[in-house]
Design a protein around this ligand. Structure first.
Ligand code: GTB
Length: 233
């Protein structure tokens, strides 16, 4: 299969006989910046200390029946663990977090709040990124693009201002680092590359703190190595 590669995560425990397999881009369009959504799954697996393999798919392979059976929308990433096949990064990270320590608090209410932040990242903040991508990449030739871009940026600014106010000078969104921070920080990383965070220094520091975590760094290094290996081959 063209574009297909197998790469391993950086180590970790294996689940008995079961190998965790995730999919990602065979050649990431971001050229190793770790901005595609497999990054948050790699990161969660590294936080949980689990071994995993990454299968890189070409765009054509993502639309083939074998992958559509895993991901009905022909997207990456997916997650396979024995008979279980999952798509949607929020669901995948929650699955990992619920079964392994370190990503969700023990206390039931704190756990529910951490999960609320995961949903917030995926359904309140991430759509702004997606909307911006549509405006930047698919509407650039439209006569109304500049006006629409201003509206998109205003919406981003007002949501980020609310998030920034809530975070204040706290280290993480609600107590210790959790899967809620993992999702939120990863969503913000994509916005950071557009400069949208620059007027919110506490969000910039929040993302920097998240990116300094050893598990993040391992996940980042692994996706970069896979990208570079693909370029060399
Ligand atoms: N809601 C789904 C989830 O969270 O799992 C969304 C998954 C998704 O958007 N996957 C993208 C995809 O497969 C890759 S991550 N797109 C192909 C398609 O839809 O046909 C989005 C992405 C792609 C590239 C960059 N980049 O180059 O910086 C960043 C993010």
């Amino acid at each position: 299969m063209r574009g297909f590669y197998r790469a391993r995560g950086t180590g970790g425990r294996s689940l008995g006989e079961m190998t965790i397999i995730i999919t990602g881009f065979a050649a990431s369009p971001d050229r190793g910046k770790g901005l595609a959504r497999d990054m948050r799954v790699r990161w969660a697996l590294e936080e949980a200390g689990l071994a995993y393999e990454v299968h890189g798919l070409s765009f054509a392979e993502m639309k083939e029946p074998a992958h559509l059976a895993r991901q009905p929308f022909g997207q990456i990433p997916t997650y396979e663990e024995g008979d279980l096949i999952l798509f949607e990064t929020g669901a995948i990270v929650l699955h990992i977090a619920e079964r392994h320590g370190g990503l969700l608090p023990e206390d039931a209410n704190a756990r529910a709040r951490a999960i609320a932040w995961m949903f917030s990242a995926a359904s309140t903040i991430e759509p702004l990124t997606t909307d911006r991508d549509v405006a930047v990449y698919f509407e650039k030739d439209k006569p109304w693009q500049a006006e629409r871009m201003m509206m998109v940026q205003d919406r981003i600014r007002s949501r980020l201002a609310q998030l920034s106010r809530r975070l204040g000078d706290a280290e993480w969104l609600d107590g210790d680092f959790s899967a809620g921070d993992l999702m939120m920080a990863d969503v913000l990383r994509r916005l950071a590359s557009s400069g949208a965070l620059d007027e919110f220094p506490n969000l910039v520091s929040y993302v920097a703190r998240a990116e300094a975590r050893p598990a993040f760094r391992r996940a980042f290094a692994a996706q970069l190595a896979a990208f570079e290996a693909g370029q060399a081959g």
